[in-house]
Write a protein that binds this ligand. Structure first.
Ligand code: ACO
Length: 332
């Protein structure tokens, strides 16, 4: 199916990174690992960890403030807030509700969206379709994560990979055709849910002494399996978007992949045939920030002047669910 969907564009971007920088050397004082192992297997050199008192909502609100300023859209004109996160402040109310209040926004539609590392792309898809209905004019789509709060420091295969931070965009309506958010594609294979999950704390395994002892409240991942599936579905997500719009790999000016692992990104460059120098990569400084990774990278790419008017920008993600997705943007 080909969809031409003018009407919504990214009016502003923002990000927030906690000030605490945690190097691979520091990580190797907590678990048996090394800077060499982490760099060669993942490309990560350092990550940020939230300070005491910082949460998904406080970081998300800060990223949103930057995005609203860059869009020149005041809080009073925001009428929709969607927050993608796998590390919400609490189960309920939503992190979006908390961010709404921190931004001084009153009584607008606000909710969280659970699609792990693909959450930002899911959020863009949901927000832009809600806006195309005409019911909303300016939306905040935020990815915010405090993954350090769910890392198991007895599991070196996962705790070295992740970091904290937040990214945000303001989506606004536009009358200019064929510009802005052109299309999104999303998918999910729930049969592989167990490969990457946080088993405890929900209705399946409510908190108990046993669940704590069994370390059920930490992130669990079968990294090797996730790696293989990530490459396959990210390639498919990129290919579907190119095919739907009659684009060739060389037509893409910038691709912003989910920042999980440099080897996944290298494999994606090989399989999509999109030249490696068109991939924006900042995972060396942030690690995997899940739903925050793409909006943080998008904001940095703009700050570095990597995106020009008329450029095709492709976002591609993969995450727990297992979820995947892509968004094609023609920059305004
Ligand atoms: N330090 C040192 N050695 C380690 C570490 C570590 N931190 N972790 C594992 N090892 C060891 C293992 O024990 C193993 O040793 P063995 O051969 O003696 O058994 C060896 O290193 C190799 O382990 P592998 O798991 O095969 O390592 P691999 O090359 O697959 O890399 C990694 C592991 C980095 C996790 C990789 O599989 C990966 O990146 N997977 C994808 C994960 C991912 O990107 N997930 C994002 C999903 S997004 C979301 O929704 C959260």
């Amino acid at each position: 199916m080909t969809r031409s969907a003018p009407g919504v564009f990214i009016a502003g971007t923002g990000s927030y990174a906690p000030s605490r920088v945690v190097s691979n050397d520091e990580i190797s004082t907590y678990v048996e690992t090394s800077d060499e192992w982490i760099r060669s297997r993942t490309g990560i050199r350092e990550r940020r960890f939230a300070e005491e008192g910082e949460t998904a909502s406080t970081m998300g609100a800060k990223a949103a403030e930057v995005a609203m300023e860059s869009a020149n859209v005041p809080a009073s004109e925001i009428d929709l807030i969607i927050v993608a996160t796998l590390s919400p402040d609490m189960f309920f109310p939503s992190t979006a509700s908390l961010i709404q209040t921190q931004l001084g926004i009153n009584k607008v539609t606000s909710f969280d969206l659970s699609a792990a590392c693909s959450g930002f792309i899911y959020g863009i898809e949901v927000a832009s379709n809600m806006m195309r209905s005409g019911a909303f004019r300016n939306a905040l789509v935020i990815g915010s994560e405090k993954i350090s709060s769910i890392l198991d420091w007895e599991d070196r295969t996962t705790c070295v990979l992740f970091g904290d931070g937040a990214g945000a965009v303001v989506l606004s309506n536009t009358d200019t055709e064929n510009t802005g958010i052109i299309d999104s594609y999303t998918g999910n294979d729930g049969s592989k849910a167990q490969l990457l999950c946080l088993p405890g704390g929900g209705s399946a395994i409510p908190p108990s002494h046993d669940s704590l002892e069994q370390r059920q409240h930490f992130l669990k991942m079968n990294g090797r399996e996730v790696f293989k599936i990530a490459v396959r579905w990210m390639e498919q997500s990129a290919r579907i978007m190119l095919e739907r719009h009659g684009l060739k790999p060389e037509d893409i000016n910038l691709i912003i992949p989910h920042q999980a692992n440099l080897r996944i990104i290298d494999a994606l460059a090989r399989t999509t045939k999109i030249p490696k120098d068109k991939f924006f990569v900042n995972l060396d400084r942030y690690g995997n920030t899940s739903a925050a990774s793409i909006p943080i990278a998008l904001h940095e790419a703009r700050q570095k002047g990597c995106i020009q008017s008329g450029d095709y920008v492709l976002l591609v993600a993969f995450g727990a669910g297992l979820t995947w997705g892509s968004t094609l943007i023609k920059w305004h």
